[in-house]
Design a protein around this ligand. Sequence first.
Ligand code: PLP
Length: 487
Amino acid sequence: MSASEWADSVAPIHVGSDPSSETGAVIPSISLSTTYKQDSVGVHKGYEYSRSDNPNRNALEKQLAALEAGQHALAFASGSAATATVMSAVGTAHIISVSDVYGGTHRYMTKVASELSNLQVTWLDLDTVSEQTIIDSIRENTKLVWVETPTNPTLRVIDIAYVANILSNHPSQPLLLVDNTFMSPYYQSPLALGADIVLHSLTKYVNGHSDVVMGALILPEPSPTSKPLLAPFLSKLRFLQNAIGAVPSPYDSWLAQRGAKTLYLRMRAHGLGALSVAHALERAKARGQVRDVIYPGLPSSSRFDVARRNTSAHAKAWIDTLRNSIVPGLGLEESGRGYDPELDGIPFGGMISFRINGGEQETNAFLAQLHLFALAESLGGVESLVEVPEKMTHGGLSEAERASLGIGPDLIRLSIGVEDAVDLIADLERALDAAIPPVETSPNVPQLRFDIQPSDAASEVSDESPLATRLPSATPSEYGDAVKETL
Ligand SMILES: *Cc1c(COP(=O)(O)O)cnc(C)c1O
């Protein structure tokens, strides 16, 4: 399935979801059986034992292959289980990895694979490193280059096609793996840019509802022109999926398949919401409340050009359809012109990081005033989340490692959900105002604000209601309909 066929969103809804030939059920039933009756020895309907193959896992794998425009997908019990299985397939060898890789991936490479199989890793800043350094780092036994883009939490962007090109021109042709968790198959199609393996923590955007832990690998069909390592690597992964057995349950597979059917709808909402929030944070920067806004979709970002190069064909086509329209939250109503990707930036996933103008005290004051954003790790769900990497997701790193990655007490990471951006911005602006008094700004900075006044009705919410703790000074009725549905 090509990217242009994907753009009509048919694949995620229909591939792997054929109505039942037995009952006509439009939605696949959940197949809990662990074993399958054989007509005679070795004669069966394709299923023998549920670790090796299960109808719900197979259906999800078909859907995922279509989503990433690949041919083979393998689902695992978590993103980390997918990582572990890749490392087992690599075995005793050398790999190159982006230096600020996901913490659990770093832990597996340095504390597990290094002991089990003597894995050797060279860490590179793949967003800034020279072509020569990459080439010089490739050894005779370099089997894999591990890319995660954008990186977490400072959202550095690596040019996938650039790295892919260097690797395929090298005599030893190491495989290129891209962890596509942060962008999802909607915004970034690594296989189309020359990657050989895509990894997802389905726990994040693909399932999208914060209720499943699962992972997956997606690969293209090996052809005579593919790298020599690809076909054996694919067979080894299939073998290890069953041999190691870190497989997802039928119920989780079913949930993830359901979640992925709305991926394209959710990702558009996540991306537009994040772009609007990033603009609001830039305005807060002009008011002296924020020091730095990190969103690669902003034209002011040093990563904007690479972000656009990495953007999938179907996301680009969609962004083009928005041209000249009014995208809420960007301040276009005031400026009297329609949306222009060059001037206003592009939706590029739902993750934003920013530095508040202050330290731990200001960060805590800000967090205490947020009502819609839950303070929690993870990302990619329909509900917006906020976290402080220094103490939460990246608390396990040493002080020196955090300093080198630019992670301090002022760095705050947002996972923008699918609530209306106007409501999210009002929540953020109110919390920023409470933490740091705004300074006067120059007249040419737009003063657009989205204030929602707390109403007296808040006091009528009973203490027993979960809303009383979630919304101490505002009732659900004050938020837009899109928000209420996610509360
Ligand atoms: C969460 C995450 C993982 C690990 O996935 P789990 O499902 O939590 O095991 C790997 N890579 C990235 C980028 C992630 O965000």
